[in-house]
Design a protein around this ligand. Structure first.
Ligand code: MG
Length: 368
């Protein structure tokens, strides 16, 4: 089987409500999605998506994906999409770095490989748990009272996992964590996500003040060096998100004991092929995981769900459904959808969901 065509679509995915990053530093109103259709000489078509979380959150940005694909396309055409490692190496040869530009092509190859094998991607990857994965809420409230109200609304919809955005004010962050923990229900999965919002001294003040609660704090500081510098001076468990980009990041974090949890975001780390290695590093070092789309439609959520299904249940805390934050649906209600705060693995071969091509507009590029 050979890749014979690569077609690129750009789609705006407006957010239902403007999204403020932890601490109110960055505001997003629309996501810039790139959809990739891979065609083969076997008549099987695969789809991939790359949707960064805005242009200013991490180095990944929408136009960069499309520019990267333009550079990589001729290295990928003619390859067998089922040989995902060969496609990965071709992309890495054509364009060092820029992992986020590679994820849509990698995802479309896995989609084709799954369809060719007659298996959902997670089964093809070797282990697919059918346990529904809890969807983490995104609680971006300002005050302690608002935080309570937002979590209560999510709970009423069946959510048991919550990502409580923190950062901005040390005293309020400590009060917020203590208040949410006081109301924690059995089985709740709580994450306090700072999105790099604290300086080292702010992180130390909060993480020391809540040590008795043993909550998980995600991405407290800007860099891995920051996280490493404060690690010996507090006893609060850490999750890494934005600073987990490469396999080398993963091995450093594991070896140096910089985090107890990985937040693996598929677009940022370069797709399923590269993310699967991070999963294995995590499992080999007793590190638990959250697996999420960086952003995007039900396609991106489905990709993350497939990887999450390959993680033993006890080590996979939650996934995410970015689709619930959007005002458009490019797949007409198909694919894994939010059922009482959980996502269920699709049983169809491959990714398990394709977009309505008519809903994507005219392609912005096509390579043959
Ligand atoms: Mg995070």
């Amino acid at each position: 089987m050979k890749i014979t065509g690569l077609t690129v679509y750009q789609v705006d995915l407006p957010l239902e409500h403007p999204y403020w990053l932890s601490g109110g530093r960055l505001k997003f109103e629309c996501l810039d999605a790139t959809l990739v259709k891979l065609e083969t000489d076997a008549g099987i078509t695969g789809w991939g998506e790359g949707t960064p979380w805005g242009h200013t959150y991490v180095p990944a940005h929408g136009p960069g994906i499309r520019a990267g694909i333009e550079t990589m396309a001729r290295f990928v055409l003619g390859l067998d999409p089922r040989c995902v490692l060969e496609v990965e190496r071709a992309m890495d040869t054509a364009l060092p770095g820029h992992l986020y530009a590679k994820s849509p092509i990698d995802m479309a190859c896995w989609d084709i490989a799954g369809q060719a094998a007659g298996l959902p991607i997670a089964d093809l990857m070797g282990a697919a748990s059918r346990t529904p994965r809890p969807i983490a809420s995104s609680v971006g409230a300002k005050t302690v009272e608002e935080t309570r109200e937002v979590i209560a609304r999510y709970r009423a919809r069946g959510y048991i996992a919550h990502s409580v955005k923190s950062g901005g004010d040390v005293a309020r962050d400590i009060a917020r964590i203590r208040d949410v923990e006081a109301l924690r229900a059995p089985g709740d999965i709580m994450l306090y996500d700072v999105n790099r919002g604290w300086t080292r001294q702010q992180a130390l003040r909060v993480m020391r003040a809540v040590e008795d609660l043993q909550v998980i704090v995600e991405q407290p500081c800007e860099t891995l060096d920051d996280i490493a510098a404060i690690a010996p001076r507090h006893a609060t468990p850490v999750s890494v998100d934005e600073t987990l980009v490469t396999l080398q990041d993963a091995t450093r974090i594991a070896r140096d004991g910089l985090a107890e949890v990985f937040g693996i975001k598929l677009n940022r780390v370069g797709g399923l092929t590269k993310a699967a290695r991070m999963r294995d590093v995590a499992l080999a070092h007793g590190i638990d995981m959250f697996v999420m789309a960086t952003g995007g439609s039900v396609l991106a959520d489905a990709e993350a769900l497939h990887l999450a299904a390959t993680i033993p249940d006890a080590h996979c805390h939650a996934v995410w459904a970015c689709q619930d934050m959007l005002t458009v649906d490019i797949a007409g209600g198909r694919g894994p959808r939010n059922i009482k705060g959980h996502l269920h693995l699709p049983e169809a071969p491959g990714l398990g969901v394709h977009p309505d091509e008519d809903a994507l507009g005219a392609p912005v590029a096509a390579y043959r």
